[in-house]
Design a protein. Sequence first.
Length: 240
Amino acid sequence: MSQEKTITILQLYPNEMNIYGDWGNVLTLGRRLQWHGYTPRILAHSPGQKFPNAVDIIVGGGGQDSGQNKVQDDLLKNSAILHKLANDNVPMLMICGLYQLFGRFFKTADGETIKGIEIFKAETHAGPKRLIGNVILDTDFGDVIGYENHSGLTVLDNNQPAFGVVKKGAGNNGTDQTEGAVYKNVIGSYLHGSLLPKNPSLADTLIEAAVTRKYGEFNPEIIDDRFAQLARATAAKRPR
């Protein structure tokens, strides 16, 4: 595979929405791209900056209510761009706070409504307690393992597909067994950890979508994931 084949990863709001180590998702994508024979190009977008013209994967993380407030205007300003990219099958992974803002809104405990861009048909309301602990999901990408830490309760519209079904944990709201949401190649989830190091097949799914969209085909290398598999096995055995 030619090293000239570049895949651009864009991290949204790394200073405002990265309080749970979600930067690890970007690092994982970058390293696995290298192992598959591609050259990762990592960019960051912050409030007030011009949105980059050509991106292949977009990643966003979690943040406090104050962080969501800081990025709200910029996110709404770039809503049309993000919708266009989503509809054009650009793979995205939005975790926790940005997952919420890819829905209709997040209503805080103080009653403030932070508007989202509605890529997902969902809404989030602050709950009375935090949902914290290890999670295992049954998804179209196989079992996904992660760690949740959120007080927002997300409810999906009836026609909005979830990312996965909860096998262990609370998920979107602790009641309906759903976790996250999916629209085309856009995945939203509450799972930290960070998520992708313990779920290499999910990372490769995002990479495959990006590479195929840009270059027409994806010819993966065989990667030794023994340590990731050990981490998955250990995490799966840990108590809630």
